[in-house]
Design a binder for this molecule. Sequence first.
Ligand SMILES: C[S@@+](CC[C@H](N)C(=O)[O-])C[C@H]1O[C@@H](n2cnc3c(N)ncnc32)[C@H](O)[C@@H]1O
Length: 299
Amino acid sequence: MNHITVLKEEAIQSLAIKEKGIYVDGTLGGGGHSKRIAESLKDGHLFVFDQDEFAINFAKDVLKDFSNITYIHSNFKNMKKELNERDIHGVDGILLDLGLSSFQIDDPERGFTYLKETALDMRMDQRQSLTAETILNTYTLDELAKIFYVYGEEKNSFKIARRILEKRPLKTTMDLVKICDQVNYNEKGHSAKRVFQALRIAVNDELHVLEDVLRDAVSLLNPDGRLVVITFHSLEDRIVKHFFKDESSEDPILKKLPIPQSKETPFEVLTRKPIYPKEEEMMINPRSKSAKLRALRRR
Ligand SMILES: C[S@@+](CC[C@H](N)C(=O)[O-])C[C@H]1O[C@@H](n2cnc3c(N)ncnc32)[C@H](O)[C@@H]1O
């Protein structure tokens, strides 16, 4: 198993690392980005988060030569609280490389893949009790259809949800794949791709924790601090794009007041257009094809 770090150099450049700075990698994974950050620091420090214990243990080994790293086994939605508890109230850069690592996707035991028969799990954090199996076997028709439609943009969301209710209890990934195959029989790509994405987002509450961490992240940034986010699907990217736009725009209420306002907002978007992987990267690592990087700077 191997995880190839996506947009590695682009992320490091966007962070514009200061040797003595304090940095946060909110999504440690295989430690690829963290290694480059740690290498760029002299007297600085790196705090790394991952909610997956396997990732923390794996990356500790990859990064064993660095003494300037603190490992935090937690959801990045707790970033501010965890850092404040360690007496850190301002940081110079935060990186979020969202979604799953190849370790998680490729390990059939984790239940993320629609290519192998396995338990319906999909938890990034194994301490959590909610699994894909619980959602599929206990949620109502409307709740399931909404998850598939909103998080997967699945047009047959109701048909699939209805079949699931008829076939309960579902036990393995293949029970779900069979249903998707029957409903999406005309599909060019894999019939279950969107449903699996939707379930994964629901199990890990991915879009809400992203909104939470973005708010925390900007409140932690020091002057000239950067927030760099790599997304892998349009739902995530939309949240980041709009958040960055709002943070860097003049306050619409203040703008209307007949008093002079500073035109300078506290944040500037460094990427008017997102940064995409280069052709060579996409050839070597097809999983990078959907990646987009956006960066924000506190003035
Ligand atoms: C795409 S991988 C990161 C890969 C890493 N940048 C590298 O170079 O190896 C995403 C990682 O973030 C973790 N992750 C995703 N969402 C998280 C969250 N809300 N809180 C903490 N970790 C999260 C996943 O468990 C996974 O290990």
